[in-house]
Design a protein around this ligand. Sequence first.
Ligand code: NAD
Length: 498
Amino acid sequence: MRELTHLIAGVATKGDAQRTADIFNPSTGAVQGKVWLGEASDVDAAVKAAQKVQPEWGNTNPQRRARVMFKFKELLEANMDDLAAMLSAEHGKVIADSKGDIQRGLEVIEFACGIPHLLKGEYSEGAGPGIDIYSMRQPLGVVAGITPFNFPAMIPMWMFGVAIACGNAFLLKPSEKDPSVPLRLAELMLEAGAPEGLLNVVQGDKTVVDAILHHDDIRAVSFVGSSDIAHYVYSTGTANGKRVQAMGGAKNHGIILPDADMDQVIADFSGAAFGSAGERCMALPVAVPVGKQTADEFVGRMSEEMGKLKVGVSTDDSAHYGPVVSAAHRAKIESYIEMGVKEGADLVVDGRGLNLQGHEQGFFIGPSLFDNVTASMQSYQEEIFGPVLQVVRADTLEQAARLPSEHQYGNGVAIFTRSGLAAREFAAKVNVGMVGVNVPIPVPVAYHTFGGWKRSAFGDVNQHGPEGIRFYTKVKTVTQRWPSGDVTDQSFIIPTMK
Ligand code: NAD
């Protein structure tokens, strides 16, 4: 059975770990490996390894750092099939979706390849008599990232891709549910020419997270996961003087106006609500059709479409989605379906009890559809993170728009309409961080930034794009004077430019 270790100073080691966690294959339900769960001393060893190499890496000119990122990108492309197979086997998403996961991370690496340009500072010539001012962005030192199970390739690369290109050394704590791909990415970084110790992986659970949050020499922490833990990481990390960005859960709404292209809407919801078994923070688990006619048509056509969805093992190319990540997570999703029924919503399609022949122990669950869900229901207010689509009917656009704006989460939202004016006003006013107009999963490209609002993100700076560069660097501003003669003036008042 495979044993997953840390990678500290370029060396695979179990360090001081005493405990392990099982790694499942969600398609079969079988344990396929074990991951060692680290201790605080492993975090300390990783920080020390990082501190050894960071100063030199930070002083390496950015073109040279970019070359490592270019080489890493080539290695990702060359290893795409193996990485996707590894990812699907632990996560459960189908192979094509795993390739998408890796590709979206690769695009952040492409962004990071532009680091010489991205780190250019600002310059003001002649800000005063003989005075020029310039600013520069310098790395923070050793920084850390804590990642969730649902994007084991993309999210680590959101973080270490940008942080390392900026000149930092990085400590990655991947999800213990699917740690193989993050570990493999760190090995590929070594192969790409990153010095040993620049990117360390410490496997583990809360013990490692707490050690990161309390370590004096870790300057910044980037977190993605569920909201309660995100809030904990944000408050503990900032209380310990760290810069923290902590992305949390989501409940994204798709507003359907009566003039929307219903063929497109059905196709978009089908992929966005059920793709990856709904285990995406930018999934679309709430539909808000405006008007009775739109709602009746949507529910009728959606339930028909759902009958055509194929749930299969992650290696089945014809499957639309695979199993969820664990038996416990499936049980949680089922309990939300039970809750929805008890709360009085209409369960139009029930995905529970799906039995895949030959894979009876796999963590499968079929797609479910609820109609007549209301904003007061707990099953609506909370994140389900599974293949469950809830329809909340609205009479007007104003009523529909209030739902995502007033929801505790504010990650993504979409509006489906042919009206430019309605879409424009909605996009400007909605209280949510990322908006799609006829785009069901509005994940911004790598050179823009990713981040939600409200309980979907704690901290002010987003992931990747220009905000990622700001997060992983600090600004230094130099005011310089090169006088032509001796400096004789003496002043005891604050200098001003008269
Ligand atoms: P999770 O919160 O259970 O775990 C995330 C990380 O926190 C893991 O590395 C885990 O080991 C660690 N962790 C778990 N419990 C902890 C504890 N008590 N103390 C300290 N650390 C702990 O999340 P998950 O189930 O892996 O991922 C799914 C969640 O992530 C969903 O809520 C989803 O919406 C969210 N997510 C958000 C975004 C975003 O950008 N907003 C992106 C992807 C996923």
